[in-house]
Design a protein around this ligand. Structure first.
Ligand SMILES: [Zn+2]
Length: 119
């Protein structure tokens, strides 16, 4: 066995990154979510497993339970920035320019908090 990959940490062990999650459900459009994390991506994914818009997306659109494997396999690191303020700024830029559908879904709920109660 060669040691080629040993130097590179697994993507989930990286911190201070912008990441993208792509929904891979067959009947789903190009639904993605962009977020940032200052802790390791692995810890951030644990949060996504517990609550939030990715979990809601799988539950509401696909009636399936989001698994850790799905989160890990479909997460891509799209940028890295160690400065906290710039990291937040970068996240905004990516969300504004790519308009990922799963992010938009949460923003709607934030604008109309009563929608949750009526649903
Ligand atoms: Zn989907």
């Amino acid at each position: 066995m060669r040691n080629k990959t040993a130097k590179k940490p697994a993507p989930t062990q990286e911190a201070n990154v912008i990441y993208q999650h792509n929904c891979t459900a067959e009947d789903c459009g190009p639904h993605s979510y962009i977020g940032m994390t200052r802790t390791t991506l692995s810890r951030r994914l644990t949060c996504h497993l517990q609550n939030g818009s990715i979990k809601e997306h799988y539950h509401e659109k696909h009636q399936t339970k989001l698994t850790r494997q799905q989160l890990e396999e479909n997460a891509t690191i799209i940028d890295r920035e160690t400065d906290a303020r710039r990291l937040m700024f970068l996240e905004d830029i990516y969300i504004e320019s790519l308009k990922p559908a799963i992010n938009q879904q949460t923003r709607d709920l934030q604008i109309l908090p009563t929608r949750k109660l009526r649903a």
